[in-house]
Design a protein around this ligand. Structure first.
Ligand code: GLA
Length: 619
């Protein structure tokens, strides 16, 4: 078998061969200017390699093995790559994942007017604002309870002038201002602390929204002019409030201010339910991030199978970034308590995966002193374009082998031949990943552009092997000859209408993805059925040509069970599976028209089998 590897120096290749490329820098030599943006250089030591120089906005293209039409092609590719780094202005500010900074990870409750305004000034001048980091979010620590008049008061030492000069100062820099509260009466900081010095933050007692929705929303959004609010749940939990009811009340209070541009983040530390997308722009899916690899790995794992719930303007929030917190030189609120820091490799995995998974990007380090390497990473326009686009897709797991994963999402257009791909090694060992283009729905030759290196790194057909160090990831833009029809749809990537992580799913009777080593992708969906909404749906089954197809559903059930297959609004078709330990396949022949379909599996009145995957075969 021919082994194609990226990043490994290839032996002599012909101009048309598609193989690995040398990682040499372009050397100086003949220079020829194309359209004024793209510069072409001879590079005898490296093959068709393109390196983008962002400072000068140039693309360096190696032409040593190219002639005639090859040059033209390469010019077009370089121009396309440069375009991929341009993030067009959003039609609506609420469509894309939020980008900015939040005070919590580094400063905890030890915040002040001075700190917030210094941070905003740093962001406005050090390139972060230009890269799109526009929200300056004040987290816990500013409270001083509510007064007898019911008006929220601000911490007299930390914000002696109130919040008006802070919000105005942020706005004057062309940035947006974010604030924080709790769905209940007391804030997290008042219950758990959040400072190296002060212990519990008593100012947060009675500082939450509970009983003050209308007045606090008027104060924040009409009087002070905040543009964002994160609503935490420590106080809500203490009062045993119902999440959906309570957060809907808060969303309604925001609406009642008349402001339509305010963005709401729910912070309930687990996927709350599909209702969250009806009321909020983002919702925290995990507990608090810490500046160490174990935490980053855990948060990624907890978000791997949530892609179905993200859509334009509504995103899973993986928590604020710990980029910039390097081992040995950290400054975090929980410094002495397990924040051991990240290596540069881990930081790249952390930021790149947050981009791939369309999480809000809230920098959590001290931006006044952030390391140059961190700034370069978090302002990398190729990575930001992965996160900041109007498609609103979160990457899903296309391949898994033990602790290595391949994730993919569309670039530029839905169902186009260009896709963003992450190779992620969660393990503590070096690993080699075999990437299969068909698993990514890509056909023909695939050109690979490394988004972190900002370099064209080669091309392959069929499959390619990539080596990854422990905890390392590679992030690419793959430009293929064509997009091919998808054959396999994994259950763990499907939309489960009743999915939630707030209550024990077995007790609540809600379906959930679970590990099963002999299942495709190592995952299966359990606990389906018994209610019409406790179903599983693949909502984007795209068919290219009209025809007869066979839908095969791999499933497993301890006893004989039935379920119903529905395509779009069609008649339900009854399917049954015999009981047994092993995963078995049930098939149904269907006629499908070209276009997008929803394939739904449900049983409103009885338990369903566990579902592994759907395979679509043309007859
Ligand atoms: C909770 C949240 C954190 C932070 C703190 C503030 O722990 O999850 O993100 O806001 O509260 O007290």
């Amino acid at each position: 078998m021919k082994r194609t590897m990226l990043f490994i120096a290839a032996a002599a290749t012909s101009a048309s061969a598609c193989a690995g490329l040398a990682a040499a820098e372009p050397s100086s030599g003949e220079t020829w200017s194309g359209d004024g943006r793209v510069e072409f250089r001879e590079c005898p030591k490296c093959d068709k390699r393109i390196r983008i120089d962002l400072g000068a906005n140039k693309a360096y293209v190696n032409l040593s093995r190219l002639e005639g039409a090859g040059r033209e092609q390469m010019a077009a590719r370089a121009a396309r790559l440069l375009d991929a780094a341009k993030i067009p202005p959003a039609a609506d500010v609420k469509i894309r994942p939020l980008m900015g900074w939040s005070s919590w990870n580094t400063f905890g409750v030890d915040i002040s007017e001075e700190l917030i305004l210094e941070t905003a000034r740093a962001m406005a001048t050090n390139g972060l604002k230009d890269a799109g980091y526009t929200y300056v979010n004040i987290d816990d620590g500013f409270f001083w309870g509510h007064g007898e008049d019911g008006i929220l008061r601000f911490h007299p030492k930390r914000f002696p002038n109130g919040m008006k000069p802070v919000v105005d100062g942020i706005h004057a820099l062309g940035l947006k201002a974010g604030i924080y509260s709790d769905a209940g009466a007391d804030t997290c900081g008042s219950m758990w602390g959040g400072s190296g010095k002060d212990g519990k933050d008593t100012g947060g007692i009675g500082g939450g929204l509970y009983g003050h929705d209308a007045a606090d929303c008027k104060l924040h959004f009409n009087d002070l002019g905040f543009d964002f609010i994160k609503v935490d749940y420590c106080g809500g939990k203490r009062l045993k409030l119902d999440e959906k009811t309570r957060y809907t009340e808060i969303a309604d209070a925001i609406k009642a201010t008349g402001r339509t541009d305010v963005r709401l983040n729910l912070c309930r530390w687990a996927f709350p339910g599909t209702w969250a997308a009806d009321i909020a722009e983002s919702w925290r899916t995990t507990g608090d991030i810490r500046a160490n690899w174990t935490s980053v790995k855990k948060l990624i794992a907890e978000n791997l199978y949530l892609s179905a719930y993200a859509k334009p303007g509504h995103y899973n929030d993986m928590d604020m970034l710990e980029a910039g917190q390097y081992s040995g030189s950290m400054k975090t609120v929980f410094g002495g308590h397990g924040d051991t820091g990240l290596s540069e490799t881990e930081e790249t995995t952390h930021f790149g995966m947050w981009c791939m998974m369309s999480s809000p990007l809230l920098i959590g380090c001290d931006v006044r002193t952030m390391p140059a390497t961190t700034k370069a990473l978090v302002t990398n326009p190729y990575l930001l374009a992965v996160n900041q686009n109007d498609l609103g897709c979160q990457a899903y797991v296309a391949q898994r082998d033990g602790e290595t994963y391949v994730l993919v999402k569309d670039a530029d257009t839905r169902f186009g031949a260009s896709r963003y791909v992450a190779l992620y090694n969660a393990s503590d060992e070096a690993r080699e990943i075999e990437v299969r283009s068909d698993a990514l729905d890509l056909g023909g030759t695939v050109d690979a552009f490394d988004l972190v290196e900002m370099a064209d790194v080669g091309c392959f057909t069929g499959h390619v092997f990539v080596k990854l160090a422990p905890h390392a990831s590679k992030f690419y833009r793959f430009d293929a000859s064509r997009r091919i029809e998808r054959k396999v749809y994994e259950a763990e990537c499907a939309y489960l209408a009743d999915y939630q992580e707030l209550r024990d799913a077995l007790k609540a009777g809600t379906a959930f993805p679970d590990r099963r080593e002999d299942a495709s992708g190592g995952m299966i969906v359990r606990n389906l059925g018994n209610r019409a909404t406790n179903d599983l749906a693949w909502r984007e089954v795209k068919i290219d040509a009209e025809g007869e197809y066979v839908l095969s559903i791999d499933c497993c059930s301890p006893d004989e069970r039935e379920f119903f297959l529905t395509i779009d609004e069609g008649e339900p078709r009854r399917l049954a599976v015999k009981g047994g330990e092993r995963i078995s396949t049930v098939e149904e022949a269907v006629r499908l028209s070209p276009g997008m379909h929803t394939v739904r599996l449900a049983n409103a009145s009885a338990s369903m089998p566990d579902i592994d995957k759907l395979t679509i075969r043309r007859e």
